[in-house]
Design a binder for this molecule. Structure first.
Ligand code: SF4
Ligand code: MSK
Length: 627
């Protein structure tokens, strides 16, 4: 048995999420392995990999740069700067590809709807469909289904367009768009930039670190203003544009007397269908016949965020809650699509009766039950999954059930449309509040969990520091979930804000931290920034705003951070990327980019210090605007 004192120390080191603390303690006592145990097992980390100085790009290598032994170049002659830059572009392009491939699947579903080839999906937000179509000069004086067909084709073309630029980049303020054109980073098409990134990192192509990293910015813009933006917009058309809704959050949303199904991953296409299937009276009866009080769906990570935003489905937690929710012993099934899913989940589930159900041909997981999802048979698959979970209820061992604590209330659903509506139909009141100094500025806090930072501590501390200083926080992904668990996503949390922000929150009835959705919904933050810039007649880089990813881990977060910076948003990262082996790369990203895109990165793992950097930046921008 592990010493109780050691258990206590580990719990306190690992998380600030109160239900997670109890669950971590439970896992340590029961010897259920979690991400933190594996993190400890990986120490000490390879110092060359940590600083980006190793390369295994070709079979002349692997190579390491070890200056103290005069190993300044790999076998091909690549120096430290080049190796670090190539590794970073590889990471960024992986993230951009992940978001954009997700986006493509959603757009393809819209095309199925447009062709009349599916009965399972439909147009939910007709008004938004028509507004999006108008951006592409698609006639709207006809049936929605015809408009959907043409919009889907126009969007699919953005993945490989030969027009020379992605149309959606035109949403940016003129001054921002001009910077992209002048610096040669205006993205030409989504796939093209990602493919070119892969080409540039082939041995013997990109040889200058700066040239490689500038292409990284172009690839990131293709994600933010392309792949991710299309994912968000079309998800709204198909499933509804989010409006403010109330729900609950943390591990305690799992219910002892119900069939519990968690929905984990990123793509809302299957999970929306599971919500419909679970509401079906025949399924509810099946659950009651199995001895349960009903079916309880709970979200995780960004699939969870999508469902929370649109349907008010309760959220079990963020990235580091994924194993802990299995450890409640009360989960009949965890349905996963792709991205951020620990490949070891079936191993965790093997301690319990929980079935991990994988659904994507792109993400088959050994040890999981595979039920392939296709849009054309979506409802059928969703029903089969719900039945599997219900039938698994009888195998639950009541002795193993451990559901910690009580859920916390949250308000989510703050799409740009919802924020605008809450302000009375225009963003002018927000601009006025910023100009009057009641709100000093706004910060997008995004990204993941990472064992290098105590679970949720980075997100929650930064959010609290900023709202205390009258800075509105808009959040997505696991950052938003962390704030939710800490009670920051309710209008009542306004008491934690400074007097100015508090007065606005009270007048409008909104929380000081706004949940704007999933990772691809960072594109909503771009749309909000563009609207603010256009309202004020300035570029995004002139706005008193910033970005932060206090606990990021993912390649996708590298793409997000990079499109924030390329769009003119000063962005502070918590964990250091693997670039410290090249002072030149570090200097370009944290200094030199200012002269190119008028924004830069900073790295600060301490969220209190990160808040100080952001506050200083916002005040500087205010001064430059003369407000
Ligand atoms: Fe080594 Fe160059 Fe090959 Fe990388 S690309 S493994 S540095 S030879
Ligand atoms: S789920 S990318 S851990 S935010 Fe989008 Fe969370 Fe980061 Fe995955």
């Amino acid at each position: 048995l592990m010493n109780p004192k050691v258990i206590r120390e580990k719990v306190l080191e690992r998380t600030i999420d109160e239900t997670a603390m109890k669950a971590v303690e439970h896992c340590l006592k029961e010897w259920i392995e979690t991400v933190w145990d594996r993190d400890e097992m990986q120490d000490p980390r390879c110092k060359w990999c940590s600083s980006g100085l190793s390369c295994s790009r070709c079979t002349m290598g692997p190579c390491r740069i070890i200056p103290e032994r005069n190993r300044d170049r790999g076998v091909c002659g690549a120096d430290a700067d080049l190796i670090v830059a190539r590794n970073l572009l590889d990471t960024l392009a992986t993230g951009a590809a992940s978001h954009s491939d997700h986006g493509r699947e959603i757009v393809e579903t819209l095309l199925l709807v447009g062709k009349g080839e599916t009965n399972d999906y439909m147009i939910t937000d007709r008004k938004k469909l028509f507004a999006l179509a108008e951006e592409y000069n698609i006639p709207t004086n006809r049936e929605a289904i015809e408009v959907a067909h043409d919009l889907a084709l126009a969007y699919l073309e953005e993945f490989g367009t030969v027009k020379g630029e992605i149309e959606l980049t035109r949403r940016a303020p003129t001054a921002t768009h001009a910077i992209w054109e002048e610096t040669g980073i205006l993205p030409r098409s989504v796939d093209r930039e990602i493919v070119e990134a892969m080409h540039r990192i082939q041995m013997g192509v990109g040889a200058h670190y700066g040239n490689i990293l500038l292409h990284g910015l172009r690839t990131a813009l293709a994600d933010g203003w392309g792949g991710s933006m299309m994912a968000t917009e079309v998800s709204d058309v198909l499933f509804g544009t989010p409006v403010p809704c109330e729900s609950q959050i943390n591990l305690a949303v799992v219910k002892e007397d119900m069939v519990n199904i968690s929905l984990h991953g990123h793509n809302p296409m299957l999970s929306e269908m599971i919500v419909n299937a679970a509401e079906d009276e025949a399924m509810q009866k099946r659950a009651r016949d199995a001895g349960a009080a009903g079916i309880n769906l709970v979200g995780l990570c960004c699939t969870g965020n999508e469902l929370l935003m649109r349907k008010g489905i309760p959220m079990a937690g963020n990235h580091f809650n994924q194993e802990l929710v299995i450890a409640t012993g009360a989960l009949e099934a965890m349905v996963v699509d792709y991205q951020c899913i620990f490949p070891s989940l079936p191993r965790t589930a093997s301690c319990f009766h929980t079935k991990i159900i994988s659904t994507s041909p792109k993400a088959k997981i050994p040890g999981s039950y595979y039920m392939e999802f296709e849009p054309s048979t979506a409802r059928e698959t969703a029903e089969a999954i719900v039945r599997t979970a219900i039938d698994n209820f009888k195998l639950r061992d009541p002795e193993k059930v451990f559901i910690p604590g009580k859920p916390v209330a949250v308000q989510a659903g703050f799409s740009v449309e919802a924020i605008t509506a809450a302000l009375g139909g225009t963003l002018q009141p927000l601009v006025d509040a910023i100009a009057a100094g009641k709100i000093r500025g706004a910060v997008g806090i995004v990204g993941c969990n990472n064992p290098r930072i105590k679970h949720d501590y980075g997100h929650v501390t930064l959010s609290k520091e900023l709202i205390k200083n009258d800075i509105l926080c808009v959040e997505t992904g696991c950052a938003a979930v962390a704030s939710g668990k800490a009670g920051l996503l309710t209008p009542d949390a306004a008491f934690l804000a400074g007097d100015g922000l508090k007065s606005i929150c009270k007048a409008v009835g909104i929380p000081p931290v706004l949940h704007m959705g999933s990772c691809v919904d960072c594109s909503r933050i771009l749309v909000l920034l563009a609207a603010l810039g256009n309202t004020l007649g300035v570029g995004i880089h002139q706005l008193p705003v910033a970005g932060a990813a206090p606990e990021w881990y993912s390649q996708k977060a590298v793409a997000i951070g990079s499109y924030f910076v390329a769009s003119g948003v000063y962005t502070v990262l918590g964990p250091m990327p693997h670039i410290s082996g090249s002072p030149a790369v570090v200097d370009l990203l944290t200094n030199g980019l200012e002269g190119i895109v008028k924004a830069k990165f900073a790295v600060e793992p301490d969220p209190v210090k990160a808040a100080e950097l952001i506050i200083a930046h916002i005040e500087e921008k205010r001064k430059a605007l003369g407000i």
